[in-house]
Design a protein around this ligand. Structure first.
Ligand code: HEM
Length: 521
């Protein structure tokens, strides 16, 4: 009888104990593991500041990387919410795991629900092996060098549109106009992907109300609800099916679905073939291509839309980020800009205004150096992320001879690329924008797996060459016509947005464009 009256109290204590137990899972794990770690808070682990949007993920990762508790260790432990997570920063270890033993680190931890969010899941960013490998082999030909070469003329046209959109800006002084690079570059890359991949005119450089730009912006605009949704894919993928979350905002998904399906139907009706991405999708559909081993998913309907939507998402924001930071650094470093303009002038002298694809890729080393240095200083992601996935029956991945620690099956692994790119041990004077680091004669000073703006191993970026080409075209077009000077609004120092997962400055990247054509117009 007396016991029964205490029952509710006992139940409450039990629930509280269970909550406490679960909340401390991560910390308890690291306490007994043979690895330096940074103690996190109960429930939120080491990401509280990022979750509350008090710090950008980039700044937070750099702080964890520099924490004295893990100084000098080649890898260390943190907690992603309750989940013990390992951060690897030794280049040899990164090489071993992500290249040599890539099959065990091919999956990403971030995930959405294949049933509730097929467009968000059945694409290269999210999908897990073995379906990933099949899908990647189907999609790789769309970005082969010969396909990229075919797209070059279209990219050039969009480059001309970009310069034309600048020519109509009001003058702030004789021969000088002011612009902001982030929005300009996002419009350029949006128009490029629509034109080259989908055979459509997005018109975002010409028309402020362009639908492609409107819906594209929504993917990366993180208000509180969208911010929490995006965070969930990374911080608590297990809960995503219950919360019915989707990778793409619902209206963006509906827009992409309509335009892609209409374009596929139109081409099929007219028997039209442009040799682009949409045609590759039609061919996959007509060849009854499938992905998956036990359940074979046909590449049709929403699954085709998923491929187009992902390329759109993965392409325009990343490329415009690197392009806009390159323009910002050229504004701040007139010597670098002058040398780059000289290289462009010599190409125009040799070939005229239309520089051939081969010359752009093979005869302009300084252009490549400027882009590489920009991608070092401003990688689009704070980290690469993988999940240790071992064959059935194997419980842990041994790090010997590098370390005694054994990574358990299923543990998330982060490679902090932003912090590694800014580590003076690998890049002396790391905050200096210095394209010379990437001069041919200095390349052997860059240790493998310390420079990873496009990722590393077989799951690396599929669009690295195409992204780089777009940046090259845009820089050449813009600098052929204009010199870029600081304006009164050019920021001296940049801070990063706290509610973004890709690198975004809070400040507008303003500059003055001074008419100073390199050709004989
Ligand atoms: C300068 C521009 C770009 C940068 C810096 C960039 C960077 C990255 C990074 C860091 C990853 C993750 C790699 C990893 O986990 O190891 C990635 C993945 C990916 N990127 Fe890019 N990217 C760029 C442009 C593009 C473009 C233009 C496209 C497509 C047209 C694209 C398509 C993809 C795809 C599909 C993936 C997922 C690959 C997979 O998981 O198999 N990217 N990108």
């Amino acid at each position: 009888m007396i016991f029964a009256s205490y029952l509710p109290l006992v139940a409450i204590c039990l629930v509280l104990y269970l909550l406490w137990f679960v909340a401390h899972t991560g910390t308890r794990y690291w306490k007994y593991a043979q690895l330096p770690y940074i103690k996190g808070r109960p429930v939120v682990g080491n990401f509280l500041e990022a979750i509350l949007m008090r710090k950008s993920m980039f700044d937070l990762m750099e702080e964890l990387y520099a924490d004295v508790r893990v100084k000098g260790s080649s890898l260390f432990g943190i907690c992603r919410m309750f989940t013990p997570t390992v951060i690897v920063r030794d280049p040899e270890l990164i090489k071993q795991m992500l290249i040599k033993d890539a099959p065990f680190f091919i999956n990403r931890t971030m995930c959405t629900d294949p049933h509730g969010d097929p467009i968000g899941y059945y694409n290269l960013l999210m999908i897990r092996n073995p379906a990933w490998k099949q899908l990647r082999s189907y999609l790789t030909p769309s970005l082969s060098i010969s396909k990229i070469k075919q797209m070059y003329q279209l990219v050039e046209q969009v480059g001309d549109d970009m310069v034309a959109s600048l020519d109509v800006l009001p003058k702030v002084r004789p021969n000088a106009r002011e612009t902001e690079f982030k929005e300009l570059c996002a419009r350029f890359t949006t128009d490029v992907i629509a034109s080259t991949f989908f055979g459509m005119q997005a018109n975002s450089l010409k028309d402020e109300a362009s639908e492609f730009r409107y819906y594209g912006r929504k993917i990366f605009e993180y208000g509180p609800a969208r911010g929490m949704t995006m965070a969930s894919f990374f911080f608590m993928p297990e809960l995503v099916p219950y919360l019915r979350l989707k990778l793409f905002p619902r209206d963006t998904e509906a827009f992409l679905k309509t335009v892609i399906q209409q374009e596929i139907a139109r081409r099929e009706q007219n028997n039209e073939n442009r040799g682009d991405f949409i045609d590759s999708m039609i061919a996959l559909k007509n060849n009854n291509a499938t992905i998956g081993v036990t359940e074979k998913i046909p590449l049709q309907g929403d699954i085709l839309v998923a491929q187009a939507a992902t390329f759109y998402m993965a392409s325009f924001e990343t490329t415009s980020s690197v392009l806009s930071f390159a323009l910002y650094e050229l504004t701040k470093n007139p010597d670098v800009q002058a040398r780059l303009r000289e290289e462009i002038r010599s190409m125009i002298d040799k070939y005229g205004k239309i520089i051939p694809y081969e010359a752009l890729t093979n005869e302009m080393p300084y252009l490549g150096m400027v882009i590489s240095e920009t991608a070092r200083l401003y990688p689009v992601l704070p980290f690469l992320e993988r999940q240790c996935t071992l064959p059935e029956g194997v419980t842990g991945y041994k790090l010997e001879p590098f370390h005694d620690f054994v990574i358990p099956n299923g543990m998330p692994v982060l490679i902090p690329i932003y912090a590694i790119h800014r580590d003076p041990q690998f890049f002396p004077n790391p905050h200096k924008f210095d394209p010379e680091r990437f001069a041919k004669e200095n390349l052997d000073q860059i240790q493998p797996c310390t420079y990873m703006p496009f990722g590393v191993g077989p799951r690396t970026c599929l669009g690295s060459h195409f992204g780089t080409l777009q940046i090259k075209v845009a820089l050449v077009k813009l600098l052929s016509k204009y010199r870029i000077d600081r304006s009164s609004s050019t920021p001296d120092v940049l801070t990063y947005r706290k509610n973004a997962f890709t690198l975004h400055s809070n400040e507008g990247l303003y500059a003055d464009l001074i008419e100073d054509s390199l050709g004989n117009e």
